[in-house]
Write a protein that binds this ligand. Structure first.
Ligand SMILES: Nc1nc2c(ncn2[C@@H]2O[C@H](COP(=O)(O)OP(=O)(O)OP(=O)(O)O)[C@@H](O)[C@H]2O)c(=O)[nH]1
Ligand SMILES: [Mg+2]
Ligand SMILES: [Zn+2]
Length: 486
């Protein structure tokens, strides 16, 4: 009974059937739902017809049991409050409007959702999930179906599957040029084609879940096919990258939406905190954080690299980052700490790998070592965590700050591009990869796996080990997870 919290991917506001808005302009046109087979609907991924199929059940309108209503039966305040037709309206406002205008009765469309036990306590509405409303736009006119749901708080369009599975919002932070946008483009590229193999023959697969993902798809394509790097992010509020994750373990299946919001690095190191303060509440409601740190911004590493490989760097950038987080972000959090699961991600580990000797990084350090054939065991996570922390300690003040500010942190390192790429200055000083077909991302999916484990979406692989002596323990973890979370 009920449905998952309908959470906005942009502002993290949680809404429900009664308060969610419907887009009354962008509707499924001249068809009445009953008249046309569902497969004939517009080929729009966000259309409820695409995915819901037989799951969609319809219920009678709320007016079913008071058919005989006449004007005299309607309470005074409802008569006075004439509903104006507008682009975004709640379901009951559309219904009231149609009644006032004398149009045909509207029809609500519901989807049955099976809520997993881990969310049972978070359900506030026992009804099925409201996914659409059929209504008449004019007297004797055609019936259209509104199905695009909109956040009442910020008017962002919600993913079409919002409420039928949990939504997790992840905020991606990091100074300018730390590699956030390139990371999300690489992640999008990998997720779109990966098989997603995980321990015990389980698998994670993904679907694009937001029309705004097209922006990341374009960036990924120009990066992986032509080698064009994205310029610095200009938009303060970029549309998040939203993917629908499906995890399969034996005969069990679990789904969620994960929304990754790219930030403008410039805002994190700006002189004033206006743009950060404006997003404070969103930060406070984020389910998880990714904090990217570029090794090029660490003095020791910067100074040790040969001239040709140095990026321009501002030695104060981490100081400013820390003071801006403290001053403009932490006030939105209780006790001045960000307790949500966090992955501190050292980017551009290709540079560290290619300069390990010069930087005196031992080859046994997991940041520069070859990848083990089997990933995501306790040992694997621990080695990556330890290896990255050792290197992060080059910047002791940043390291301590991150540990204190994000107490639930896992440290890892990655490269969106891999060891063999050559970056050149193109025309108009835009950067370009000379050999895009040599791009080989390293550990790009790890942070997502870690976050999904921390959120309870995946079994805790970090408690599992390889080898027959661990089988009993591993199976116990999987079985507990199945019982509690599926
Ligand atoms: N060597 C190497 N360089 C990288 C990698 N990822 C990104 N870069 C370089 O870092 C630059 C900045 O990356 P972006 O992803 O645009 O940085 P950002 O964090 O989004 O920066 P803002 O948008 O300004 O906040 C790129 O143009 C590349 O030159 C990587 O994996 N390896
Ligand atoms: Mg960017
Ligand atoms: Zn919103």
């Amino acid at each position: 009974m009920g449905y998952y919290p309908i959470k906005c991917i942009r502002c993290a506001h949680v809404t429900d059937n009664e308060h969610v808005l419907f887009n009354t302009k962008d509707v499924i046109g001249d068809v009445f739902v009953k008249d046309r087979p569902e497969t004939a609907a517009a080929p729009d991924m966000t259309s409820p017809f695409m995915e819901m199929k037989s799951e969609t059940v319809t219920k009678g309108s709320i007016w079913d049991d008071d058919d005989e209503d006449t004007a005299e039966d309607i309470p005074m305040q409802e008569l006075q409050a004439t509903i104006e037709f507008s682009q975004y309206m709640t379901c009951s406002d559309i219904e009231k409007y149609c009644e006032q205008q004398g149009f045909d009765r509207c029809q609500r469309h519901y989807q049955h959702v099976d809520v997993t036990p881990d969310f049972a306590g978070k359900i506030t509405d026992v009804n099925d999930l409201l996914t659409g409303l059929s209504f008449q736009k004019e007297k004797d006119g055609k019936t259209v179906k509104a199905y695009k749901r909109i956040c009442p708080h910020c008017h962002c369009e919600l993913p079409s599957r919002s409420g039928s599975m949990p939504t997790y919002n992840v905020t991606v932070m990091g100074t300018s040029a730390s590699g956030k946008t390139v990371y999300l483009s690489a992640l999008n590229w990998l997720l779109a084609q990966s098989q997603g193999d995980l321990p015990y023959r389980s698998s994670l697969t993904c679907l694009s879940a937001n029309k705004a993902n097209q922006d990341f798809v374009n960036k990924s394509n120009t990066l992986f096919e032509q080698g064009v790097l994205p310029g610095t992010t200009q938009i303060v509020l970029t549309e998040p990258l939203v993917v629908e994750m499906t995890y399969r373990l034996q005969d069990r299946m679990k789904r969620c939406l994960i929304a990754l919001a790219d930030m403008r690095g410039e805002d994190l190191v700006a002189q004033d905190g206006e743009n950060l303060l404006a997003r404070g509440e969103f930060f406070a409601r984020a389910d998880a954080f990714m904090v990217l740190v570029s090794p090029m911004n660490m003095q020791y590493i910067h100074n040790s690299l040969p001239n040709g490989e140095r990026e321009e760097s501002n030695s104060n950038v981490h100081q400013t980052l820390m003071s801006n987080i403290s001053e403009y972000i932490l006030p939105f959090f209780q006790n001045g700490v960000i307790a949500a699961p966090t992955v501190v991600m050292m980017s551009k580990c290709d540079v560290l790998m290619n300069n390990a000797a010069r930087l005196a990084i031992p080859l046994s350090n997991a940041v520069v070592a070859a990848e083990p054939p089997i990933k995501f065991t306790g040992t694997y996570f621990a080695q990556q965590n330890r290896g990255t922390q050792t290197i992060m300690q080059c910047d002791q003040s940043l390291f301590s700050f991150l540990k204190n500010t994000f107490p639930r942190t896992y440290f890892t390192s990655f490269s969106s591009l891999g060891r063999n790429i050559v970056i050149e200055e193109g025309e108009n000083s835009e950067k370009k990869i000379q050999n895009p077909n040599a791009i080989r991302p390293i550990r790009v999916v790890d942070p997502i796996i870690y976050i999904l484990i921390s959120l309870g979406f995946l079994p805790d692989f970090s408690l599992m080990e390889l080898g027959p002596q661990h089988t009993e323990n591993n199976i116990g973890i999987l079985n507990r997870w199945i019982a509690e979370r599926t």
